[in-house]
Design a protein around this ligand. Structure first.
Ligand code: ATP
Length: 469
């Protein structure tokens, strides 16, 4: 039975677990913290890297039509002029005049059932005025009704890279990239020239992005520094519908494959689209700790806007000559874009279970997909004070850790060690006992069923590898 029910209760438990067990720490905590920035501790970094590697495996390794890239965070300032980010990558901000709390006007309107997706500032202010007249527009922090009108707040994060004279001019401001796909567009031509790819093909990358988010109070769901996993797929416009549907299915299957139940995700179709886009869907996951469905991934058909703009602003010809069609055109693009932190939070949220055991005890388990678990096996000597058991356990541990992440634990009784491993989602616990010394067998305990089976040491590696890959 899962004991943690309300979203607030689950959030508190999750925050406590992730901090206590070293998954996620608030950044710069000894200086009082730094809003909306987080650090990943030992287990968190391992889990995050496993999610990233799984994504790369499915998006690049197992495909013939997608290649990888790792482009820089700093890019030529004109990149963001061409992409439209400098002029319009912003959110509508309102402030409480009493306690100075900042809020996103579109989110406030959405909480009243008014869709403000891609809405103009004029529309947003008209709707806010209506709520104001009815005294419904209130500060989310102190409840005051003294709220400013909405204004545009740029999400772009400036740096001071470059020479001091350059930095003075607005045109030369170097930004921290707000999304990773900018680098993909700029390396489209180099990728085409340096690989044997032909349209349709994709470029995938994982990397940091930075946004000056107005409101960022949902743990790692919305942070100012985050990682994105993005894939841009270049194609002839006639292929868009088919490829768009194929990628929708492919990405949907990713969630099911990694243990997200179908009823916890759904599609959100964007009704209002950017002028160049022809279709846009989000996959939303029902974050129990955030109290409902929220975007985890976007799948968007973007027309040929991106390459056309970069071609126009750079003066470089980015057309593609399609030999089969005998046609020259600027490729159209569809993208899949997801946040690594949001995936991390989704997998934690889905895996976090409190189970009541016989006798009334409660165990906390992270029922993560075994491929994603930070530690794959924990190795215990039955007793800490018996050197022959410790020595044997050490030799098993040292052998297994050559193949996957393992942990050695001889602290406390075996029951307590099981609980510690359950909390971090370790699929297998291996105990070396007196029988091991006689016949080289060990007990292997399964995280989910809690059943133990006896196994030869020589079979351990293959058994675990088959189950974690
Ligand atoms: P939202 O509406 O939640 O602000 P968005 O539509 O602006 O997201 P995109 O620009 O489409 O997001 O970015 C693609 C993906 O990057 C999102 O689906 C999300 O997983 C991730 N992402 C975007 N902004 C953040 C952020 N501030 N923190 C963490 N992940 C983010």
């Amino acid at each position: 039975m899962n004991k943690a029910n309300s979203s607030q209760e689950r959030m508190e438990k999750m925050l406590s677990l992730t901090k206590r067990r070293g998954f996620v720490f608030p950044s710069s905590e000894i200086y009082g913290g730094f809003a909306a920035v987080y650090d990943y501790g030992h287990y968190g970094a391992l889990l995050k890297n496993n999610i990233r590697d799984a994504w790369l495996k499915h998006m690049v390794q197992l495909r013939d039509d997608v290649v990888g890239l790792d482009s820089a965070i700093f890019m030529h300032p004109t990149t963001w002029k061409a992409s439209g980010h400098i002029d319009s990558f912003d959110d509508p901000q309102i402030d409480c005049r009493v306690c100075n709390t900042r809020m996103r006007a579109d989110h406030i309107l959405e909480s009243f059932g008014i869709s403000a997706d891609k809405a103009t500032l004029e529309f947003i202010n008209e709707e806010l005025d209506k709520l104001r007249a009815e005294k419904k527009l209130k500060c989310t922090n102190c409840g005051s009704t003294d709220i400013t009108p909405a204004k545009r707040f740029s999400l772009m994060v400036k740096s001071n890279l470059g020479s001091p004279t350059d930095a003075l001019s607005e045109e030369n401001v170097v930004y921290l990239r707000p999304e990773t796909c900018g680098g993909i567009y700029l390396e489209y031509k180099n990728t085409l020239d340096s690989t044997r790819m032909k349209l349709p093909f994709g470029i995938a990358q994982v990397g940091k992005a930075f946004r000056n988010e107005i409101v960022a109070r949902q743990f790692i769901f919305r942070t100012r520094e985050f990682e994105q996993m993005e894939m841009q797929y270049f194609l002839h416009p006639s292929e868009m519908d088919q490829k768009f549907n194929e990628w929708k299915q492919t990405r949907w299957n990713w969630y099911l494959d990694y243990g997200i139940p179908e009823e916890k995700i759904h599609w959100y179709k964007h009704e209002k689209l950017a002028h160049y886009a022809s279709d846009a869907y989000d996959i939303e996951y029902n974050y129990s700790i955030l109290g409902g469905f929220k975007e985890v991934e976007g799948i968007h058909a973007r027309g040929n806007w991106d390459l056309s703009q970069h071609s126009k602003f750079s003066g470089v010809d980015l057309t593609y000559f399609d030999e089969k069609r005998g046609e020259k055109f600027i490729p159209h693009i569809m993208e899949t874009s997801t946040g690594l932190g949001r995936q991390f939070l989704m997998f934690l949220d889905n895996a976090f279970v409190e189970e009541e055991l016989e006798g009334g005890d409660v165990r906390t388990v992270l029922k993560l997909d075994k491929r994603l678990s930070p530690i794959k096996a924990a190795i215990f000597p039955l007793l800490k004070n018996r050197p022959e058991l410790v020595e044997k356990a050490q030799s098993v541990y040292k052998d297994l850790r050559e193949s996957f992440m393992c942990e050695f634990d001889d602290n406390g009784n075996v029951g307590k060690r099981y609980r510690r491993q359950d909390e971090i989602g370790t699929p297998y616990c291996i105990t070396i006992d007196f029988e091991t010394l006689e016949n080289d067998t060990v007990t292997v305990r399964d995280r989910d069923t809690m059943k133990q089976e006896r196994m030869n040491i020589s079979d351990l590696k293959t058994f675990i590898l088959t189950n974690i890959n």
